[in-house]
Design a protein. Structure first.
Length: 709
């Protein structure tokens, strides 16, 4: 073995879990961490190396105390609270080890409601009267009621799934779709879900940018009687047009830039570089404008006159009713990002329920009343029908041009921000590349494709598969697997459950700054000073009494009470940088012993074992005493400090009592999509809703294929 190497070789196919801290690592075959086997630790994310590095000198904590629940891994939002951990080098200078920036969770109820209303309102609203005319008012009203309930359940189920991620029981961390998939399904599926969400958001953004650019070009022709742009096909030229075409864009060639696209870019790009909470003021203004436009439309319908014969009870074609209605509720992908940034007292049920209730009511009124008021051609929209009416008013024309701007200019930045959050939180790329992929790539695709019908067809088909999956299928699947994950934890002993939850916190990046500071403090305490190196212990059961054995430099012990063997390897140095990218195990200058190979038999699977091969220092054993394992100090709900981890290795009774207390605190007041008093379980509702959605989406796709054939 080369010097300085520290290998962990897994030769078992059984689920095992590796629990490591700065003093020792312990394996137990009873913890169902099957995700770790399919995803071996890397230099950046290894759990065997432990979470904290060896503390060579005294640490000092400077800066104001952190607010409860601050996450050290969320880098998108800035607040004026920064805490740094320092160690002193040989010259006495302070060297920063960890710098933590807490996350602003400052979106109020009204801000969140405006955000969700703006994100629910899309360009598809202007085609809803066609849905009522073709399908009838009974299927339309029933469809909106059904999809409204399904969208509410989808939001609440994904919110509850977020709280099942260890360390996020009250949204104190920052959890996106990718982290939930990593925690509940494993990293094999994380890439798949990341691709689906990425393409779904990109599809929505690209379509919205193209519509927005077309709108501004047509508005310039209306006001200034001309708009210009750079054409690359069929010939490269700078062209100007003064009239509108039957198509949505006034240009006939392929453009790489137009005046309308430039205006849209100037308005949108600065907004997408902000954070979610910094966009709330714009969402509030846009929400007020959108609601006023809805009211103006309803008044216009009554002024123009209603003809009930245009919207029968049941229309001649109800095949597209469900699909057309479903895609008007494609706002669920933004819910995790909103939940991460909302104020702690804001109720997800109240906010999401208010949004769904308001928008469902407005959608039904616009669909039915708009269909009764105007005879809308098949390839037209409600706005075009209003503007072509002989009794059109100036206010109606202003509303017609203002609505797409208010709906798109504010929703495009939100989708870009949500996409950026997912890319960064999943560690797919750094912030700079996330800005390019989320805020730059859509423009490169949307502007050349804004002329012709190719983009609209591509968006239509991608929405059937991607947008529906990201907004409806994935949230229900995550909820179902979150309950399976919780049930698996509940089958463990309290000590094993506490270890597994701590490991999953490290895996999902939900460890709080308080835990980091507390663990650093523990490592510098008198209990951990001096006898740090070579410390290891094991618990054995003898005649009903619990005893603690000191093992020595090899650090191998057996936990017969749990029915399996455990290896404890002592280490003199484990260097780790929290926001850096490296973990160096076994400090070379402190190494003086020989390596050892430890095989851990699994009593549940005969013949199966887990082998650990590592270089170990030659150091004296630590004088173990049962009294040294003090009662753990819990800093936040469901969060275990290094003292807790110390107790995990040294005192089973302390682990069990503390984990029970922690469990009781974490369960109280958690988000529940379905109340516990409900006669029907949340899982049963989730399975039924998911089945109904899959049938509806599948039927829509089949009908679409049949129509093309």
């Amino acid at each position: 073995m080369p010097p300085g190497s520290n290998k962990v070789q897994r030769v078992s196919s059984d689920p095992t879990s590796v629990c490591s801290d700065a003093m020792s690592f312990t394996t137990t075959t009873r913890i169902g961490a099957h995700r770790l086997l399919s995803n071996p630790p890397s230099d950046q994310s290894t759990l065997v190396g432990g979470f904290f590095g060896r503390i060579h000198h005294r640490l000092s904590l400077s800066g104001p105390s952190l607010s409860e629940g601050a996450s050290p891994l969320h880098r998108q939002q800035s607040v004026p609270i920064t805490t740094s951990l320092h160690e002193s080098n040989e010259a006495g200078e302070a060297k920063p080890i960890v710098t933590v920036t807490a996350v602003a969770k400052d979106i109020s109820f009204w801000g969140g409601l405006c955000l969700l209303i703006c994100n629910t309102t899309g360009p598809g609203v202007v085609t809803l009267p066609l849905v009522a005319q073709s399908g009838g008012w009974v299927p339309t009203v029933f469809g909106f009621a059904l999809v409204g309930v399904l969208s509410f359940l989808s939001c609440m189920f994904v919110c509850e799934a977020m709280t099942e991620v260890p360390g996020n029981d009250r949204y104190q961390a920052n959890v996106e779709f990718s982290q939930m998939v990593s925690c509940f399904l494993g990293r094999r599926y994380q890439a798949l879900v990341q691709i689906i969400c990425f393409l779904a958001l990109q599809t929505t953004i690209i379509a919205s940018i193209a519509i927005c650019a077309q709108l501004f070009d047509n508005l310039l022709i209306r006001i200034a009687h001309r708009t210009c742009g750079i054409q690359v096909y069929p010939s490269a030229a700078f062209v100007c047009v003064s009239g509108q075409l039957p198509s949505s864009s006034p240009f006939s060639g392929t453009m790489i830039m137009s005046t309308g696209a430039l205006i849209a870019m100037i308005l949108i790009v600065p907004l997408c570089l902000m954070n979610l909470s910094e966009n709330i003021w714009l969402q509030t203004v846009s929400c007020v404008v959108i609601l006023m436009i809805f009211v103006q439309w309803i008044v216009t319908f009554f002024q123009h006159g209603l003809d009930t014969s245009r919207v029968p009870a049941v229309g001649s074609d109800v095949s597209q009713t469900f699909g057309s209605i479903l895609f008007n509720y494609a706002f669920i992908t933004a819910v995790p990002s909103w939940a991460n940034a909302k104020q702690s007292h804001v109720s997800p049920h109240k906010t999401v329920g208010s949004d769904v209730s308001i928008m469902t009511t407005l959608f039904v009124l616009v669909s039915v009343l708009g269909g009764m008021a105007y005879a809308i051609p098949e390839n037209s929209s409600m706005i075009q029908a209003i503007n072509s009416s002989p009794d059109v008013t100036t206010l109606s024309q202003i509303a017609g041009y203002t609505f797409p701007i208010a709906a798109l200019v504010t929703s495009i930045p939100i989708n870009m921000i949500v996409l950026r959050y997912n890319l960064v939180q999943s560690k797919t790329c750094q912030r700079g590349w996330a800005d390019v992929l989320a805020g730059g790539l859509p423009w490169l695709v949307a502007i050349p494709c804004m002329t012709g019908s190719g983009l609209s067809k591509a968006v239509e088909w991608s929405s059937l598969f991607l947008v529906s999956s990201a907004n409806f299928v994935i949230p229900f699947v995550l909820y179902i697997y979150s309950k399976k994950y919780r049930a698996r934890l509940m089958r463990m002993t309290p000590a094993d459950r506490a270890i597994q939850e701590r490991l999953d916190k490290e895996l999902c990046g939900t460890l709080t700054a308080e835990e980091i500071a507390a663990d650093m403090t523990v490592l510098t305490s008198p209990e951990c000073d001096g006898g740090y190196s070579g410390r290891s212990s094991s618990l054995t059961q003898s005649d009903g009494e619990e005893t603690e054995d000191c093992v020595g430099e090899r650090g191998v012990g057996k936990d017969t009470e749990k029915g399996h063997s455990a290896a404890v390897a002592s280490g003199d140095s484990l260097d780790h940088t929290v926001q850096g990218e490296s973990r160096n195990v076994w400090n070379e200058k402190d190494r003086g012993g020989s390596g050892g190979i430890y095989s851990i038999p699994d009593s549940t699977r005969p013949g199966s074992s887990t082998t650990f091969e590592s270089e170990l220092p030659d150091s004296s054993s630590f004088p173990c005493k049962a009294a040294s394992a003090t009662e753990p100090r819990i800093v936040t709900n469901a969060n275990m400090t290094a003292e807790f981890r110390y107790c995990m290795s040294h005192c089973a009774e302390s682990v069990e009592s503390a984990s029970k207390a922690t469990k009781g605190e974490s369960e109280e007041g958690k988000t529940r999509a379905i109340p516990l008093s409900s006669p029907v379980s949340g899982l049963a509702i989730a399975y039924c809703a998911l089945t109904l959605l899959l049938i509806g989406i599948g039927a829509t796709i089949i009908i679409k294929i049949v129509q093309l054939a």
